[in-house]
Design a protein around this ligand. Structure first.
Ligand SMILES: C[S@@+](CC[C@H](N)C(=O)[O-])C[C@H]1O[C@@H](n2cnc3c(N)ncnc32)[C@H](O)[C@@H]1O
Length: 307
């Protein structure tokens, strides 16, 4: 598998930087503080690394709908619009619109799409009304940033034309990128990072405006939004070791963010291990070590409006 050519590495955030991305919230990184625009390069590179899975997902959506009848496609919470571009490829006749609150991210979506992707700035949930009607709505790792996830799904369902399809990518599996024992510190670091992150994620959600605790059964939530579930699938991304430089830079950014978010949740030994991985010059750092890989799993839940 060829590793993708990536844009230039994002500037490395400082350890006090509490910026965050989709599933990585520390106690000190409430979503309301997240500067999504500043994460443009990080999100774009992540999207490109995940493109093998996103492309398969887009193909699957093409099988679930009658492509000829798809006139308008939305990517809601599009970020830099990597998936919007893939959907434009699968639905060449459709108008594809990237929707996000961040003008900077929408500018990236526009720039990378050669004119195929239009943009709509919308601050959700207040501006759901700006979305307009669509035959296919995709939303990846965005609904969980809204306080009332059920209301968000119901609003998205309300934007579907008759027979339209809603596809929501939420959760999946945590990223894996090193062996359980990689020779530094106590084995199992990634599992401990994930556990600490779960607490941070809950803290992030608890601070969202209008938060409602919801059992995260996405097909059931889609049903309650008035839709008929049309299947859930998980798509893998695997970039084996040895990683190319862009994937390493992405992992560096990921670990650097975790270091900042979880500073008060991890013990001193795990923080020291993170610092060793974040040593840009050491052969054991994430930028140089031969055992680093990239393994991700993206789960997509779909549901259809009445025809
Ligand atoms: C984790 S990123 C996901 C980006 C992309 N969909 C992906 O899967 O890589 C979350 C995106 O949702 C957007 N977002 C977060 N809260 C939002 C809100 N209240 N209204 C509109 N967009 C929002 C952010 O600007 C960001 O681009």
């Amino acid at each position: 598998m060829h590793q993708p050519h990536q844009p230039a590495p994002a500037p490395t955030p400082a350890h006090h930087d509490h910026h965050d991305h989709h599933d990585h919230h520390g106690h000190h990184a409430p979503a309301t503080d997240t500067d999504w625009s500043a994460l443009a390069a990080f999100l774009e590179r992540e999207g490109e690394l995940n493109t093998p899975a996103f492309a398969q997902a887009a193909q699957w959506l093409g099988e679930l709908v009658d492509g000829a009848s798809v006139g308008r496609v939305l990517d809601v919470g599009s970020g830099p619009g990597v998936v919007a571009g893939l959907l434009a490829d699968v639905f060449p006749a459709a108008e594809v619109v990237a929707v996000d609150q961040s003008a900077a991210l929408l500018a990236r979506a526009e720039a990378r799409s050669s004119g195929r992707v239009a943009t709509q700035q919308a601050d959700l949930p207040a501006e759901f009304g700006l979305l307009g009607a669509a035959d296919l709505i995709w939303s990846s790792q965005a609904v969980h940033h809204l306080g009332d996830q059920q209301a968000a799904l119901t609003a998205l369902a309300g934007s579907l034309r008759p027979g339209g399809l809603l596809a929501v990518a939420e959760r999946g599996l945590p990223l894996r990128f090193l062996p359980r024992d990689f020779g530094l510190g106590r084995p199992g670091l990634q599992a401990r990072l994930d556990a600490a992150h779960e607490d941070g994620f809950a803290a992030m959600r608890a601070q969202l405006p209008g938060v409602i605790e919801e059992v995260e059964d996405w097909p059931a939530m889609l049903s309650r939004a008035g839709l008929t579930p049309a299947g859930s699938r998980t798509f893998l991304v695997e970039w084996p070791a040895p990683l190319a430089a862009p994937a390493r830079e992405h992992l560096y950014g990921h670990l650097d963010r975790r270091r900042a978010q979880l500073e008060e949740s991890l013990d001193a030994a795990d923080l020291a291990t993170l610092d060793a991985l974040l040593d840009r010059d050491a052969p054991t750092g994430i930028l140089a070590r031969p055992d680093a890989f990239y393994l991700a799993a993206i789960t997509v839940h779909t549901a259809r409006a009445e025809g």
